[in-house]
Design a protein around this ligand. Structure first.
Ligand SMILES: [Zn+2]
Ligand SMILES: [Zn+2]
Length: 290
């Protein structure tokens, strides 16, 4: 079923400036009642106090986070091509529309009806149609632009800072991307090939998914480090966000933009999934300090 979500302005800003992550986390299990292909509608409260629609995530996958994850166990992933982040500064007031919907919104201040686990709410198919029609021509926020992750990762892994800088510069030339550009520049500054060497050391050069050992077969290292949460979508360049995989699995992960489930350590490749066969270091999705 479709869902409606109250997204605080602060979290929205964070997401757009640092990642445009196209995902959402929640403690409320209701988040996983949404089916792939359905819409999760987010609204927010602007600095002028007005409520506007903020995003439509068209869901492509549902996974779980580690038990200790501060933003909750449940995660949904939006389809990158079809999901929309709206430009909230140029949108009409959404409060009358939201108050018309079937979910209970009778608090005097609208956001009071969406506190804690009630931040995410079930809505009907009719509500969904109302929001779709309301938002049909809404402008989107240009900040939700993503770097080509495979090129970025290749440049990072081969320790080619000039190529990384060039990619970031070309992708985020506009001033609206300044914050994102800054974060990526920091990533570059702290980048060290050390991570891939550490991973190869921990796993003896083997792929964590299939356990293939190029060292045993060729006497050489071929496995590559992959960022579980993509750098272009707010991931960090740390061991807790890296897995060591063979080139075949790395290609498959990128081809499918494979969502990761941190609860059972599984990559989802379309309808099938593969668990990590080898895991000796702890993986953790990014926790922001907000
Ligand atoms: Zn493999
Ligand atoms: Zn990768």
């Amino acid at each position: 079923m479709p869902l409606l979500y109250y997204w605080t302005a602060q979290n929205r800003e964070w997401d757009l400036n640092y990642g445009a992550s196209f995902h959402l986390n929640q403690k409320n299990a209701l988040l996983h009642d949404i089916e792939p292909g359905e819409s999760l509608w987010a609204f927010t409260r602007r600095s002028d106090g007005k409520y506007t629609m903020a995003a439509e995530l068209i869901i492509r996958a549902r996974t779980r986070n580690p038990e200790t994850y501060r933003y909750g166990t449940y995660r949904v992933w939006g389809d990158l091509d079809r999901s929309r982040y709206f430009d909230i500064e140029h949108l009409p007031n959404a409060e009358p529309i939201i108050r018309m919907l079937s979910c209970k919104t009778d608090a005097k201040k609208l956001y009071h009806s969406f506190q804690g686990p009630a931040a995410v709410r079930r809505i009907s198919a009719d509500d969904d149609a109302i929001l779709r029609s309301f938002s049909r021509d809404f402008p989107t926020d240009a900040r939700a632009k993503l770097l080509p992750e495979d090129q970025l990762e290749a440049a990072l892994m081969t320790d080619n800072p000039d190529r990384v800088r060039e990619l970031v510069r070309v992708t985020y030339a506009d001033d609206i991307h300044r914050d994102r550009m800054q974060r990526l520049q920091e990533t570059i500054a702290t980048r060290s090939r050390q991570h891939v060497l550490e991973l190869r050391d921990i796993y003896n050069g083997c792929c964590q998914i299939c356990a293939w050992s190029p060292r045993a077969v060729y006497g050489n290292d071929i496995c590559e480090a992959h960022h579980v949460q993509w750098i272009s979508r707010g991931g960090i360049d740390a061991l807790s966000n890296l897995v060591l995989v063979c080139p075949n699995h790395h290609r498959a992960i990128h081809r499918f933009d494979a969502p990761y489930d941190w609860a059972d350590n599984t990559f989802q490749f379309g309808a099938s999934s593969e668990a990590l066969m080898l895991q000796k270091h702890v993986l953790m999705p990014v926790e922001r300090s907000i």
